[in-house]
Design a binder for this molecule. Sequence first.
Ligand code: NAD
Length: 258
Amino acid sequence: MTTLAGKTALVTGSTSGIGLGIAQALAAAGANIVLNGFGDVTAALHRIRACGVQAWHHPADLSDPAQIDALCAFAAHESGGVDILVNNAGIQHVSPIEAFPPAQWNKVLAINLSAVFHTSRLLLPLMRQRGWGRIINIASTHGLVASSGKSAYVAAKHGVLGLTKTVALETAHSPITCNAICPGWVLTPLVAQQIADRASAQGINPQQAQHDLLAEKQPSGQFVTPAQLGALAVFLCSPAGDEVRGAAWAMDGGWTAQ
Ligand code: NAD
């Protein structure tokens, strides 16, 4: 499938997990990819280039607006322009609110919410110039419902959905769309950490902790996969997605149907 041939996508936080899965699906559909994130950059670039497209990486730390400026300038100039922006980078911190460290609150809000504002404001003018665009924000079921211990994450993800709707309205008279995807549990390093924490807090083995984590929230009892989320992102970039605007599209094994 080469429906996105000739287009370029910037996917934030795409060196692992969901971001890498989405980048790979967009690349398989023909899009060139600007990766961002930490960790094993070489392996991520290799996976994308194996799809036969061009790939670049920029190491911006999205908690710093100046580095977001540099990332967007790099993506706009180095890759020849950005048609698709996937705001995926995100972090988690779990703690009751009374003990929630203010520095962690600021960091979660900066990466999970403010970075979405900055990349959108910086790259939207380029999409308007090019006459087409897609902004896909990776929110969460925690953009729709809450869980205890996740005040900053839940606040940021609810904020992402509000920002998504506003940008969707501001672009409604154009061929640019803005939508959010709300995944349930996906087995990535971010969730593996929560499973490990749960196992050690409750003195149970990781398999039991994983089972309990799913059973508590996700009726299917199955993890959502990065490949499934990637296929949804490709759909949103297709002509069939032209009038999907401001949606908060859950892919959560039934979590928010309860
Ligand atoms: P992950 O930890 O596997 O990947 C996070 C990515 O973001 C990595 O590439 C990492 O290098 C990058 N990153 C982290 N901090 C960064 C920073 N300051 N600047 C730039 N990049 C940074 O996480 P994931 O589970 O794939 O999560 C991706 C997104 O999906 C997040 O927004 C998360 O909230 C959301 N999400 C995840 C789940 C899940 O179950 N895993 C569910 C719903 C939503």
